[in-house]
Design a protein around this ligand. Structure first.
Ligand SMILES: [Zn+2]
Length: 378
C-alpha cells in the first residue's frame, strides 16, 4: 500500500545531483486524492517534522487497510533550497541562481487550458472535472523545463494538479497558525481552517505571482468564468498552511498539527475511522486585500508594543522604532501605527527596521487595496 519513489533532478554542477522523494498511499487514480508537501520554502522548519509525524500515522493506517483514496506526501519539496547554506544559515526561500522565490512563478496552465479545453466541455460537472484534469496532464507532460528549479516545479505540479486536496505546508516568521486559500473555495474549506486551529484565514482569488496552491486551484475558477455555460466546480481545494513561526517545532505542536491533518483527511473520506467532532472555527475568514502589511518607515531597532493574537484598532501603535544615532529629535523614537482594525497574526523575527520593511501583519475585514494581484510579500 505504501510506495516510496525517488525522482532525480537534472544535474546543475558536475559531480552533484539532487532528488525528490515521493511517498504514495492508497491506489493510484482512486478518489479522493490528497497531496501534501513541506519545505517548498526549504528554510521553514515546522512542516518537515509535522509531515514526518503524519507519515507515521499514515503508515499505520495503510497497514490496517484504512486508506480509501490516494494520498501523496512529499516530505521535502525543495531539495535545491535545502542545499543553500550560507554563513551558518539555511537560506531556502529564494533560488540562489536567480533570486526567484521558490513559491512564486509556478507553472500557470490557465492560458493553455483555455485554448484547448473548449471542445471537451459538456453539460456534466463531473465530466468537465475529468476533462480539465486530462487536459492539464497533457499540458504538463508536454512541458520542457529549462533548468533545475523549473523541473522541480513541473514535477511537483504533475503530482498535485489533479488532486481534490492540496496542502502546502509553510510557516511565517513569528506567527499564529493561519491559512491562505482561494476565495471560491470558501466556506467549503472551513473544516480545514477549523481543524487546524487557524486563527486567520486569508482569502484571495488571485494573490499574484502564482504560488503553488494557486497553480493548482486557480485554473478552476478562471475556467468557470471563461466558460459560464458549462458547469466547472472549484475541484481542487488547495491551501497554503502557515504552521505558525520559524521556530515553532515543539513536540506538542508537531503532535497537534499532524493529528489535525490526519483528522481532516479522515473527515474528507481519505482514511476510514471517525475524526471526532469538528472544532469551531476560531475567527471568520478575511480578505487578503484586508491584510495590513505594517511597514517601518525609519531605520532603527523594533520595540513591539503588541503581541501575536492582540486585536489592534485602526491607528493604534503596533511598535516603536528606536534610532540610537538620531540626527534630530523626531528620529529618536518613531511610532508605527496600524492602518486597519484586526488581528495581529505575524511579527518579524529580527528586530531591525529599515524604511519599507514589513514588521507585522494584521488581518482586517476591510479591503485596503482595490485590486488583487500583488498581495504576497517577497
Ligand atoms: Zn513559506
Amino acid at each position: 500500500m505504501k510506495k516510496v519513489e525517488t525522482r532525480v533532478l537534472p544535474q546543475t554542477s558536475p559531480g552533484t545531483r539532487r532528488s525528490l522523494t515521493i511517498i504514495r498511499y492508497g491506489v493510484s487514480g482512486s478518489r479522493p486524492k490528497a497531496y501534501l508537501q513541506a519545505g517548498l520554502h526549504a528554510d521553514e522548519a515546522p512542516g518537515y517534522p509535522v509531515l514526518q509525524a503524519l507519515i507515521e500515522k499514515l503508515d499505520e493506517a495503510a497497514e490496517q487497510g484504512a486508506i480509501s483514496g490516494e494520498i501523496i506526501v512529499v516530505p521535502a519539496a525543495n531539495p535545491i533550497g535545502l542545499a543553500q547554506w550560507r554563513d551558518e544559515m539555511l537560506q531556502g526561500r529564494f533560488d540562489f541562481v536567480n533570486s526567484v522565490n521558490f513559491n512564486r512563478q509556478h507553472h500557470d496552465l490557465i492560458d493553455q487550458l483555455i485554448d484547448t479545453i473548449g471542445s471537451e466541455l459538456g453539460e456534466g460537472a463531473e465530466e468537465n472535472v475529468a476533462a480539465v484534469r486530462r487536459c492539464s496532464a497533457e499540458i504538463l507532460a508536454n512541458m520542457q523545463p529549462e533548468d533545475e528549479a523549473s523541473t522541480l516545479k513541473l514535477l511537483l505540479l504533475s503530482l498535485s494538479h489533479d488532486a481534490d486536496i492540496v496542502l502546502d505546508l509553510h510557516c511565517d516568521l513569528e506567527a499564529l497558525m493561519h491559512l491562505y486559500i482561494g476565495t471560491p473555495l470558501w466556506p467549503d474549506a472551513e473544516d480545514l481552517a477549523a481543524q487546524m486551529g487557524a486563527e486567520a484565514t486569508l482569502l484571495a482569488a488571485d494573490s499574484g505571482g502564482t504560488p503553488f496552491d494557486e497553480a493548482n486551484s486557480r485554473p478552476w475558477w478562471v475556467l468557470a468564468e471563461r466558460f459560464p455555460d458549462q458547469p466547472i466546480p472549484p475541484a481542487c481545494m488547495a491551501a497554503t498552511v502557515e504552521l505558525r513561526g520559524l521556530s515553532d517545532t515543539d513536540q506538542e505542536l508537531i503532535d497537534l498539527d499532524s493529528s489535525n491533518l490526519f483528522c481532516f483527511l479522515q473527515r474528507r473520506g481519505l482514511i476510514s475511522g471517525t475524526p471526532g467532532p469538528q472544532p469551531t472555527l476560531i475567527n471568520p475568514a478575511t480578505p487578503l486585500t484586508g491584510v495590513d502589511y505594517v511597514k517601518a518607515f525609519s531605520a532603527g531597532i523594533i520595540v513591539y508594543l503588541k503581541k501575536l493574537g492582540d486585536w489592534i484598532e485602526e491607528g493604534e501603535t503596533v511598535a516603536r522604532v528606536i534610532n540610537p544615532l538620531p540626527e534630530g529629535e523626531d528620529q529618536k523614537l518613531v511610532e508605527v501605527k496600524s492602518r486597519t482594525a484586526g488581528l495581529l497574526f505575524s511579527r518579524n523575527v529580527d528586530r531591525f527596521a529599515r524604511p519599507g520593511k514589513i514588521i507585522a501583519k494584521i488581518a482586517g475585514r476591510k479591503a485596503l487595496s482595490e485590486s488583487e494581484g500583488t498581495l504576497l510579500t517577497l
